[in-house]
Design a protein around this ligand. Structure first.
Ligand code: ATP
Length: 268
């Protein structure tokens, strides 16, 4: 696995080594290595079924790996007790692919839930803070008392992001955050992720199929292929890697369009 010089000088925030995930006879990951550095937005890509979500779930503690080590903030997750592990996991915010909000709760009640449960705030304080988080995620004030069914897909994503930010995480995990959004909504969401990273100093692990997201938001890109991370590096290095999937993905019509949109050729 290659990596940029700039990132090799600092200790990674998350260090995955020799990871294996197997479901019966089906091996999804074998001997997978990956690092996430402080303050970076790492895009994780790969063909369907290459195990991007499984990797995310192993890191955030929802799936126990079959083998290997995951170190987070310098601690090996497998060696920690359940309570120590949940102390670490509290420093994560996760936006799942089907970022389900509770349909019977308003947005501010949804976002207040982790604040009541984990930060032990009373309901009024939790909902006041929830409104701040909803604003941070770019939602207008009046959205706070709406129910998910009353909102567009883009607004629901933002509300789910607000909930992921509720406990002031240091690392944000996003599983296909722009899936299902129209191109304008997706571009706005990419900008929001960048703004939040800069404003809050977040580190971001971002699973995506969206080439525009890679070009506009990601500092590095990791490609999952053949059960491991084939390459994790700057986009230009990744796009130049000799591999059939990488070639088709980055140099097909969609890849060329995304690159063109990110770096338009100026008229003479
Ligand atoms: N709990 C599970 N039990 C058995 N197999 C599983 C389980 N979770 C995931 N898998 C399998 O692991 C493989 C990788 O799944 P995963 O959802 O991580 O892929 P992905 O790269 O995120 O795909 P996509 O891009 O389509 O979302 C799939 O073949 C899936 O069926």
């Amino acid at each position: 696995m290659s990596t940029t010089q700039a990132t090799t000088n600092q200790a990674p925030l998350i260090r995955v080594r020799g990871l294996a995930n197997r479901f019966g006879q089906h091996s999804v990951h074998e001997d997978l290595d990956l690092d996430l550095y402080a303050g970076e937005i790492l895009g994780v890509v790969g063909g369907s079924g290459t195990g991007k979500s499984v990797l995310l779930r192993s890191i955030v503690g929802l799936l126990r790996p079959s083998a290997g080590h995951i170190e987070v903030f310098g601690e090996d997750l497998q060696r920690l007790s359940d309570s120590e592990r949940s102390r670490i996991e509290r420093r994560f915010g996760v936006l799942f692919q089907r970022g389900a909000l509770f349909t019977s709760l308003t947005l501010q009640e949804n976002v207040a839930l982790p604040l009541i449960e984990h930060a032990k705030l009373d309901r009024a304080d939790a909902e006041a803070l929830a409104r701040v988080k909803l604003a941070l995620a770019g939602l207008p004030g009046e959205a706070a008392i709406k129910y998910p069914a009353e909102l567009s897909g883009g607004m629901i994503k933002r509300a789910a992001l607000a909930r992921a930010l509720a406990l002031d995480p240091e690392v944000l995990f996003l599983d296909e955050p722009t899936a299902g959004l129209d191109p304008i909504g997706a571009a706005a969401f990419d900008r929001l992720i960048l703004t939040l990273r800069d404003a809050l100093g977040l580190s971001v692990f971002l699973v995506t199929h969206d080439l525009d997201t890679l070009y506009t938001a990601c500092d590095r890109v990791a490609v999952l292929s053949r059960r491991r991370v084939l390459v994790a590096d700057r986009l230009d290095v990744v796009a130049a890697t000799e591999d059939d999937w990488i070639h088709d993905y980055f140099h097909g019509p969609r890849g060329r369009a995304a690159q063109q949109a990110a770096h338009p050729v100026e008229d003479p």
